[in-house]
Design a protein around this ligand. Structure first.
Ligand SMILES: Cc1cc2nc3c(=O)[nH]c(=O)nc-3n(C[C@H](O)[C@H](O)[C@H](O)COP(=O)(O)OP(=O)(O)OC[C@H]3O[C@@H](n4cnc5c(N)ncnc54)[C@H](O)[C@@H]3O)c2cc1C
Length: 288
């Protein structure tokens, strides 16, 4: 088992990894793409870059540095995270990864409320976590909003429990192979139906369809989704983190853009260092 399992190989994840590796730990970094850093055209405000680098170049340097120190670097998209009593288990599209500690460094949370009123309906028919809430929808008809691998993962989880699952793509192209047991609705959405509690959706053509619940699974799983699945606590929608960036689950940390605040490389690197050092301390204190 890894000592440190790090989800995201951007500046925050790599920074946490460097500390773990230099402490002699077994570290695996998992990432699905270049994250925000890859999109940055030219970095001029990060320490030490006398000659500016593109985000992509800086990312490459960071990953090479971690690999040189012994990190295992895996390209995969993580869709699930759980704590099984002995460690963290992250499920990806290509494999399952285990770690005694886990640092979530998945970058900034994407916009998750594409329709008005969605935030207010969270917990009242709108959910962001199939494994957490599927039970409440036994034998009911639910919708999943999304169109990719993460939506497929959530829909598959729900299929075990609910009566029917309808995928609402909101006009987006499908980027995963959905089984026939999942109904696909491609019409664009106009809004949600229900006062305070979710009752269904309205399409742009004016038609309405009732559902008992709506699971939002847009894009890929981010730190919030994964922390929810692992059972970490939230306060007013924000992941609860202590001064060491540790969640309410001992050994589970978050760092970088995914914690909110200032979305800058220097901050992400700093938080990665804090989480990495805290994970090292945790492992030393819990050595068998
Ligand atoms: C256009 C643009 C320009 C910018 N310019 C600057 C600048 O000039 N200076 C500056 O300081 N900052 C700049 N930033 C911000 C900077 O890029 C971010 O603050 C920084 O990259 C955050 O690092 P991070 O590690 O937290 O997240 P990211 O760099 O976003 O890395 C997130 C990582 O998580 C992975 N990931 C996410 N979800 C999953 C999943 N489900 N499974 C597996 N892996 C996953 C991604 O693949 C990626 O590896 C810019 C950002 C953008 C978008």
């Amino acid at each position: 088992m890894n000592d440190m399992l790090i989800l995201g190989y951007g500046p925050a994840g790599v920074s946490a990894a460097l500390y773990g590796l230099r402490a002699g730990l077994k570290v695996t970094l998992i990432g699905k793409d270049g994250g925000a850093l890859q999109k940055a055209h030219l970095i001029e405000n990060y320490y030490g870059l006398e000659t500016p680098l593109t985000g992509e170049q800086l990312m490459e340097v960071g990953r090479k540095q971690a690999a040189k120190l012994g990190a295992q670097i895996v390209d995969d998209e993580v869709t699930d995270l759980m704590f099984d009593g002995t460690g963290f288990v992250a499920t990806g599209l290509k494999g399952v990864y285990r770690g005694k500690t886990c640092v979530m460094a998945t970058g900034a949370a994407r916009k998750k409320q594409p329709l008005a009123g969605m935030a207010e309906m969270e917990g009242h028919g709108v959910s962001y976590c199939a494994v957490c809430d599927a039970f409440f929808y036994r034998q009911k008809d639910v919708a999943v909003m999304g169109s990719g691998e993460y939506a497929l993962h959530e829909a598959t989880e729900l299929l075990q429990v609910v009566n029917s699952v309808t995928l609402l793509t909101n006009g987006a192209p499908l980027t995963a192979a959905f089984p026939e047991s999942i109904k696909i609705e491609t019409r664009k959405l106009k809004g949600l139906v229900g006062e305070g509690a979710f009752k269904g959706v309205q399409f742009e053509d004016g038609a309405e369809q009732n559902f008992d619940g709506l699971f939002v699974a847009l894009g890929s799983a981010n730190a919030t989704d994964l922390a929810l699945k692992a059972g970490a606590a939230f306060d007013q929608g924000k992941l609860v983190l202590d001064g060491d960036l540790q969640s309410t689950i001992p050994g589970l940390y978050a760092a970088g853009d995914c914690t909110g605040g200032t979305l800058q490389i220097s901050v992400a690197v700093g938080e990665g260092a804090r989480a990495g050092l805290a994970a090292i301390k945790y492992l030393r204190e819990h050595r068998e």
